[in-house]
Every structure is written in structure tokens, then in C-alpha cells.
Design a protein around this ligand. Structure first.
Ligand code: FAD
Length: 190
């Protein structure tokens, strides 16, 4: 993400606390089910799951006297395959207009979906998991046709934003395509 200069100076903690919809890391942290540790000025600590960390446009669950001090991530179970897509509409170095993080696992038959985690960024005001798509994929055949069918039935709840990177209509149109491509990339489907 970003340029070498930004990566040398910006921190991942600053990135997620900024809560800008056009950020790369949050979609991946949602999929990794990261835990954000916050510390208050009185020394007390609490853990905020990634799913509850981003609350609104540029807003987080952090209180005024809280600092993010740690991000904890457990390794994904070995059967998961992962992929990430950052789709930019201006330059390659721009922040993403759509960012999609996928972790998907197959049953031992290597054809049936055992579980999927899909994080969405850039499209809506708040980062979130695509739970309806995840639920729709579970137990289904991991073929291009079936994945396409599930997406056509489970992505109608998108509430895209309009900004300098794209209109809401544009985001609504490209998001299902990019989600499908990211799932296919994770599964190495030709
Ligand atoms: C030219 C440019 C290109 C960029 N491209 C990308 C990109 O492609 N992808 C992408 O994801 N991002 C991109 N960024 C954003 C960049 O990743 C963030 O600006 C950076 O990570 C912020 O980190 P920082 O440590 O500088 O935070 P700061 O800018 O210092 O802080 C950001 C906000 O978070 C608060 N904050 C910081 N740390 C904490 C903490 N520990 N606890 C509580 N609050 C805290 C600050 O008070 C502030 O409100 C880009 C930025 C620039 C300028």
C-alpha cells in the first residue's frame, strides 16, 4: 500500500485509528479477526474486536482518553487460502476505491466451501465483513458458476459512498466483480 515514503513514516495503528474508508489494512484485519488493545489514561485496558473497531465514517470505538497500544492477530487456520485486491481508480499509488480481503477454506474433498471470511473496504462508510456472502458460500461447491450465483443473491445490501474516487453507482457495479475475482484468486481458479 501507498508509497515507500508513506510506508516509512505512517504506522498501521495510525492508519486504522484514522478510519478513512479508503485504507488498505482494515479489510485484512477484519478477516484475520484481529483484536485491538486500547489503554486509558488511568492505565486500564480493554480489547476491541476488529468487527467493532470502526463505527462510522472516520470514527472508531476508541474513547477520547484511549490510545491503541497493540493489535493482536492469531495465525489463520492452515486450511485457509487468502487473497487481497486493492482497486484504484486514479493512480496505482492512490488509496483504494475498493479493497477486498478474502480467506476461504475447502473441505477435505477440496471442492466444498468449509468457511469463508470476506472483508470489504473503500465501498461503504464503515469497513465490514460480507457476512451474507460468507454464509451463502458455506457448504457450496467452489466453482466459478456457484460462486457467481451466491454473489448475485447476497450482495444487494451494499450502501456505497460517492467521493472523488468513484460514484456510488460505480462502486455498486464493480464491487461484486472484484469480490468474485478475489475469491477466485484465493482459490487459484483459472
Ligand atoms: C500520499 C499518501 C498516500 C497514502 N496511501 C495509502 C494507501 O494506499 N493505503 C492506505 O491504507 N493508506 C494510505 N495512506 C494513509 C496512511 O497509511 C496513513 O496516513 C498512515 O498510516 C497514518 O499513520 P500515522 O502513524 O502517520 O498516523 P497519524 O496521521 O499520526 O494519525 C492518524 C489519526 O489517528 C490517531 N492516532 C494515531 N495513532 C493512534 C493510536 N495509537 N491510538 C489512538 N489514536 C491514534 C491520530 O490522532 C490521528 O487522528 C496514504 C497517505 C498519504 C499521505
Amino acid at each position: 500500500m501507498a508509497t515507500v515514503r508513506i510506508r516509512n513514516v505512517g504506522t498501521v495503528g495510525g492508519n486504522i485509528c484514522f478510519a478513512e474508508p479508503a485504507s488498505d489494512p482494515p479489510a485484512a484485519f477484519l478477516v484475520l479477526e484481529a483484536r485491538m488493545k486500547a489503554k486509558k489514561t488511568d492505565g486500564s485496558e480493554r480489547v476491541i474486536p476488529a468487527s467493532a473497531f470502526w463505527t462510522d465514517y472516520y470514527e472508531t470505538a476508541l474513547e477520547e482518553d484511549e490510545l491503541l497500544t497493540e493489535i493482536e492477530i492469531d495465525p489463520l487456520p492452515g486450511e485457509f487460502r487468502t487473497a487481497y485486491t486493492r482497486f484504484t481508480t486514479r493512480s496505482k499509488e492512490d488509496k483504494p476505491c475498493v479493497s477486498i480481503s478474502v480467506a476461504i477454506a475447502a473441505e477435505s474433498d477440496r471442492k466444498t466451501c468449509a468457511g469463508a471470511r470476506i472483508g470489504l473496504g473503500g465501498v461503504e462508510a464503515v469497513f465490514r465483513r460480507l457476512s451474507a456472502v460468507e454464509d451463502g458460500l458455506k457448504g457450496k461447491e467452489l466453482s466459478k458458476e456457484v460462486i457467481g450465483e451466491v454473489l448475485s443473491q447476497t450482495l444487494d445490501d451494499l450502501e456505497p459512498i460517492s467521493d472523488i474516487r468513484a460514484s456510488d453507482a460505480y462502486r455498486r457495479q464493480v464491487t461484486p466483480v472484484l469480490v468474485r475475482r478475489t475469491i477466485e484468486k484465493a482459490l487459484l481458479l483459472e
